[in-house]
Design a protein around this ligand. Structure first.
Ligand code: HEM
Length: 285
């Protein structure tokens, strides 16, 4: 059977759903059979209160001031510590009521997610960033003088976003403020993000790689929801800070020591293919 999805394109409404009225849209609304895939027990798929409990255990480790630049180099150790702590508090703790108790499988699923889900988008963003810098030599040369990669990183994630949509499910019936639309409980929702990143209304000449789109002046011209690279609100990407630190560290290191050039195999434009829930370069970068 086909499932009807409500598509939300309006940036204001996206903000309401992701941030202001998040309490009505806490779940992603997609499920995996736990007997088939262990990852179904991870944050990505968890719902309701159980997601909240697990997220609150793992999030501080990733997003507090504790995650300093040098410490991020020892990420593996940090993730292991975080998981051991989560196991102590959520699995071995006999004071918990059954709904709040987790199993070893839940912990293992989240460890796998954090290692696997985390590594790939960072590597790919990194590769796409250097792909664009190789094709846009003047931008690369300018960057080498300033070594401040934030704008280049954001422009890479805009032009080559692998997460092309966000998923939510209405966890309560929700009358959309100021409109006649009522979103019924259980309604699945899809929010296209990639199409915003390529909409000339928000990003003129979207096929051009132009990091200056992310100068404070240019950013001020766009609605906040036109930049959802790590999403927003309570269910945003838990690895955002870690990913940003890794990208900054590795890119600065490469750009200050090497010149990146196109080669025979460089595709322009690069071919993209859907793989699972994300899109990826068909023949690598
Ligand atoms: C460039 C790198 C990355 C990008 C662009 C990215 C992007 C995203 C996006 C768009 C979401 C969906 C959020 C939503 O539905 O609202 C997400 C979720 C998630 N990401 Fe990332 N991510 C990146 C790196 C990482 C890293 C390094 C980790 C962990 C080590 C990570 C772990 C997760 C997890 C666990 C979730 C699910 C969060 C939840 O449901 O509470 N990601 N990511």
């Amino acid at each position: 059977m086909k499932t009807p999805y409500l598509m939300i394109r309006d940036p204001e409404l996206k903000n309401i759903m992701l941030i202001k009225d998040f309490a009505h849209f806490t779940d992603r609304g997609f499920y995996l059979d736990p007997f088939i895939n262990l990852i179904s027990n991870s944050l990505l798929f968890m719902i309701g209160k159980r997601w909240k409990i697990m997220q609150q255990k793992l999030n501080p480790g990733f997003n507090s001031g504790k995650l300093k630049l040098m410490k991020s180099l020892r990420t593996g150790k940090k993730m292991a510590q975080l998981s051991i702590q989560a196991r102590k508090e959520l699995v071995l703790n006999n004071d918990l009521i059954p709904e709040e108790k987790f199993t070893d499988i839940d912990i293992v699923a989240n460890v796998i997610l954090l290692f696997a889900a985390g590594a790939e988008p960072v590597f790919d963003t990194f590769a796409f960033c250097f792909y664009e810098l190789a094709l846009n030599k003047p931008i690369q040369d300018k960057l080498r003088q300033h070594i401040y990669v934030t704008r280049e990183k954001h422009e890479t994630m805009r032009k080559h976003s692998e997460v092309i949509v966000l998923f939510r499910e209405a966890t309560n019936t929700y009358p959309v403020p100021g409109q006649s639309l009522i979103i019924e409980k259980g309604q699945k929702i899809i929010t296209p993000t990639n199409s915003i990143y390529h909409d000339p209304k928000y990003y003129p000449n979207p096929d051009i790689f132009d990091p200056e789109r992310f100068s404070p002046e240019e950013k001020a011209k766009r609605p906040k929801a036109s930049e959802l690279f790590f999403s927003d609100g309570l269910r945003f990407c838990i690895g955002k800070r870690l990913a940003e630190i890794e990208l900054k560290l590795c890119s600065s290191e490469i750009i200050s020591n090497f010149e990146v050039l196109e080669c025979r195999k460089t595709e322009n434009p690069i071919q993209i293919t859907p793989t699972g829930m994300v899109v990826k370069p068909k023949n690598g970068v």
